[in-house]
Design a protein around this ligand. Sequence first.
Ligand code: GLC
Length: 429
Amino acid sequence: MTHFDKPAVFARAAAILRDNDRGAYTIPTKGLYPFQWNWDSCLTALGLRHFDEARAWLEIETLMAHQWPDGMVPHIVFHVPDDGYFPGPDVWRTGRPVPTSGITQPPVLGFVLHRLFEEASDRALAEEKARALLPKADAWHRWFYTMRDPAGEGLVAIIHPWESGRDNAVDWDGALTAVPSDGVVPYVRRDIGHVNAGQRPHKAEYDRYIKLVQIFRDLAWDNARLHDASPFRVVDPGFNAILIRSDEDLADLAATLGEPAIEAAARKRLALSRAALERLWSESHSQYVAFDRVAGRPVDSASVGGLLPVLAGVEASRMQALARRIRAWTEVARFGVPSHDPSDPRFEPKRYWRGPIWLIVNYLLADGLRRAGFEEDAILVDANSLALISEGGFAEYYDPLSGEGLGGGAFTWTAAMVAELITIARDDS
Ligand code: GLC
């Protein structure tokens, strides 16, 4: 690794967080993503706390102030108009007082709340904030099991690739073929005005992303209808693993705060889902894979989504297999952990979620590894994340073979993860 000047890197992370701070929320990066994003904000709060704990809580409070009456937490809150991003509020037309998108994102909230609370220095503030946010997080989780698991299987489906947070992963290719691309109202993409098109999704995918928005809009964003009506319904192991972990963390937080009803409900969901996750295990890939609920079959795609169950408290033999996969991928892709199996011909080292490394995913993987006792593996993932900062700056994502920084620059959640990692490394030493 090139020389790593910790204080300078920490200061740079702080400057990025400050620069992308809009007072009560942060934007992911200027230009490309000028609004508040759901899982970006939650993970960013973990970084903000190193500078200002009250500001970290505020980040989450702002997001949760825009929770829908049915419990959903939208993936984007359009606080102020900005035509640098497509699709904007005029396309979504969700009818919310402050415009929001109409789909959701990976529920890292429970995980983040638990961490913010456990590690807070200002205990009184943490108690007050966590107590107020806990029922809202619980309502979001109940929403998932009502609206996205109508058959009570214990696994929830995403109805749009953007909900996964891994927008153009190989995992969705097959399922997207069931989404018609006719009747898409002509549009101009803004993303490729900011970033090289070779690092972004293809037009064929984008048409279908927009078509899905149109289908849901025609159903008036009525979540009771969207799941069954959507031509895209996929069970993502990564998404479900995050939900399971967040349920566990919510249950623990509820126990600490003396909220037995919330705790009991979360533990019940957790037990059902952890068992159900096993249905996504693939012997041939030796990892978890997605399930296409429309086609009724597993998806033949070994992506990092299928490694995220390291977070979910899966049994020891599964953990060993997943840790082996992470090691094997990192041997091929020096800067690991890539977002897709680098030995698969569909791996593309520069295209968004089809190969590049994302520091937030590394962070979640390292957390799961560490918690399950795979400390050395976790240290390696963390060290590689910091090495990427030296190689590629505070990028949105990185080429796993060369370490080159790709996509948007001066990226908020990347900076937040660095603030976390430097602090973790400091504690270790
Ligand atoms: C992209 C990413 C998504 C993220 C958003 C804002 O859509 O795929 O995970 O939340 O950008 O950074």
